[in-house]
Design a protein around this ligand. Structure first.
Ligand code: G3P
Length: 351
């Protein structure tokens, strides 16, 4: 059913463009350069995300959308859909790739469906030990090259920096070592890198979209989910699963991506407004995330009766190492290239 809704929306969103061009297919331009004279026209853009209103990412997105709408004096109308009330994940990225007037804020795995090397860069298990390491990685030439490849697929990546915390296990029992994961059905995002990681860590992963997890836990389809402290708190999973085991296996981070076709329709002024307001909101999300994690952890334990557990991290890391050999679509040597960047990044961060 959801798929049918998405197909309908793809059609509805793309129809005006098809008529405007007499049905002609246009390839996505390979560069971001603005055409010399794009006449400014009112543009309505649907902004879609899985995050629920109570989560920091959604709160910072509200600031972004309001900032753009009020600054543009009506020339831009960003319409925000939170909590999966408009297509999210793969479906949203399809709308983007097909040239819809859509911006999606979601897992970087959905970019990796089109440019596979995004996965080891953003979702590689145990790749990063701090937000700063990751945020420095997104500024490297290696990642700029991935963004250039995304443009050729019709995806304009506006940000990769919407961090929401390291992901750990939210379950009904603690998991301290890989053996404890045996037989546990744990929800993962719809992404092979997550599935392989959880499998390698000892669990039985089940991929589904986040909004489906509440009923899946209630019905016993899954035993729990993996996610950050902000997710645990913001989505109220603590009502269902009280044991939080700190595996910190993958960094929770979202990209902000708009269709390249839509981006090319915008005037320079409209682009500047979006870019500037997004930079402010990205910083807001990061600052708040850094501030909130410790407070949420305290509240989850003291107010909501959750228990936090340190785990045998080296054992989980060792178990997950095999994931880096599983993906023939990743550029050969990408892991080593990322590690080489990380060596430089870590040296710089120490200065
Ligand atoms: O609201 C859901 C969000 O916090 C996490 O979603 O799909 O990355 O687990 P996901």
């Amino acid at each position: 059913m959801k798929k049918m809704v998405a197909v309908f929306l793809v059609f509805a969103l793309l129809l005006p463009a098809v008529f405007a061009q007499g049905g002609a297919e246009t390839a996505a331009p390979a560069t971001t350069a603005a055409p010399a004279a794009v006449k400014e026209q009112k543009q309505v853009i649907k902004v879609t995300t899985k995050f629920v209103d109570n989560e920091q990412t959604a709160k910072s997105l509200v600031k972004f959308v309001n900032g753009v709408n009020s600054r543009s004096n009506g020339s831009l109308e960003l319409q925000l859909f939170t909590g999966g009330t408009f297509p999210i994940g793969k479906d949203a990225m399809e709308l983007v790739v097909n040239g819809g007037d859509v911006m999606t804020i979601d897992g970087i795995n959905f970019l990796a469906d089109y440019v596979p090397d995004y996965d080891p860069m953003a979702n590689g298990p145990f790749m990063y030990t701090s937000f700063d390491e990751y945020l420095a990685m997104t500024k490297t030439q290696l990642v700029q090259d991935l963004n250039a490849q995304a443009i050729k697929k019709g995806i304009h990546v506006l940000s990769l920096d919407w961090v929401f915390g390291f992901r750990s296990m939210m379950l009904k029992k603690p998991v301290l070592k890989p053996e404890d994961m045996k037989g546990l059905k744990i929800r993962v995002p719809e992404s092979p890198v997550y599935t392989y990681t959880l499998q390698a860590m000892g669990a039985s992963p089940i991929a589904m979209s986040y909004p489906d997890t509440y009923s899946a836990i209630d019905q016993g389809v899954i035993d729990g989910v993996e996610g950050s402290i902000l997710t645990y708190y913001g989505t109220k999973q603590y009502e269902r699963v009280k044991e939080y085991s700190l595996t910190r296996h993958i960094l929770g981070v979202s990209s902000v991506a708009i269709s390249e076709k839509c981006w090319q329709k915008l005037s320079e002024n409209q682009r500047n407004i979006i870019t500037e307001e997004l930079a402010k909101a990205t910083k807001d999300n990061l600052d708040e995330t850094n501030k909130l994690e410790a407070g949420y952890a305290k509240e989850l334990q003291e107010k909501y009766g959750c228990h936090f557990h340190e785990v045998d991290a080296p054992a989980f890391q060792k178990a997950a190492a095999v994931v880096y050999t599983k993906f023939p679509k990743w550029t050969p040597g990408i892991y080593d290239k990322l590690q080489a960047e990380l060596v430089k990044i870590r040296a710089n961060l120490k200065k």
